[in-house]
Unconditional design. Structure first.
Length: 286
């Protein structure tokens, strides 16, 4: 029985780096003890299915058991995970590091910091510096002129994901709507209709940039954009949030067919939620 097994503290404990991700810390211990990372994790939590699952969904019981093994506090373990992030924002957490802060990341490959997986960040949550692409190339963002709005969008998503602070609408839901396909007018003759997204109706440069790069944007189900493209989505979210429900209704005019139906259903349910939110926040003020 797991509950009856007394926690065995690891003989050697490597100090965690500031903002290090749990799976990274466990991976470094695995390398130290010369075992695969999953074996290391299951040595601590026999029921664990994967390192990713441990990063995303650590129960308070598991936090306590891990903390015992690693001679630290459960709150420290929790801060190394995404256990505080609502399920609805999990789609914005990438599986691999997509970005890096040259100020705060000590190494090229490890440790991996928690902030390196946050698909809504363009600045480092620790020092505020611009993040850099962790991959192959360093591309300046073609959306520099939207920087102020993008920073507002980053904060909206960050408040929602990290602190559960809401506004009249969920910024994550806006992201999904903005990545749906739209039909541009006039309808172009070329066949690459795939590249036109609702976001392009708000950020006019987007269609051209996507056409030049010949790189499709991600789907609404996984709305993590490459770092240099991300300011466009963040700015779009901030613009919709500030403009209010009428903007969502206006955007519906850029859709056709089934997609228009899906967009309308999603937008109307968000607007209805917004009305209830407004009513209840006014009640609290009385
Ligand atoms: Zn930093």
């Amino acid at each position: 029985m797991i509950e009856n097994t007394p926690p065995r503290r690891l003989p050697v404990r490597l100090p965690p780096h500031s903002d290090e991700l749990l799976s990274s810390w466990i991976g470094r211990h695995a390398a130290f003890y010369s075992v695969p990372p999953l074996v290391m994790l299951r040595h601590c939590l026999p029921e664990a299915s994967s390192l990713r699952a441990a990063d995303l969904l650590l129960s308070s019981d598991q936090e306590i058991r891990l903390a015992n093994m690693f001679a630290t506090e459960p709150a420290v373990m929790r801060r190394m995970t995404f256990a505080n992030v609502a399920q609805s924002s999990h789609r914005l957490i990438s599986a691999r590091p997509t970005q890096v802060c040259t100020n705060c990341s000590p190494g090229h490959t490890e440790p991996i910091l928690r902030s390196q997986l946050l698909g809504w960040r363009i600045t480092c949550p620790l020092c505020g510096n611009q993040l850099r692409d962790a991959g192959r190339r360093e591309i300046p963002s073609p959306f520099q002129q939207y920087q102020d709005a993008a920073l507002r969008g980053e904060k909206l998503l960050d408040d929602e994901a990290e602190r559960g602070i809401g506004t009249w609408i969920s910024p994550t839901d806006i992201a999904r709507l903005l990545l749906m396909r739209r039909i541009p007018r006039p309808i172009p003759r070329e066949h690459d209709l795939w590249r036109f997204r609702v976001l392009g109706a708000i950020i006019p440069d987007l269609d051209r940039v996507v056409a030049v790069e010949q790189e499709n944007l991600p789907t609404p189900a996984k709305p993590i954009l490459p770092l240099h493209m991300r300011p466009a989505l963040l700015a779009g979210i901030a613009i919709v949030e500030r403009a209010g429900p009428e903007m969502l209704r206006m955007l519906r005019g850029h859709m056709m067919g089934d997609n228009r139906g899906r967009f309308t259903d999603a937008a109307e349910s968000m607007i209805a939620r917004a009305r209830r939110w407004k009513a209840s926040s006014q009640m609290h003020l009385i």
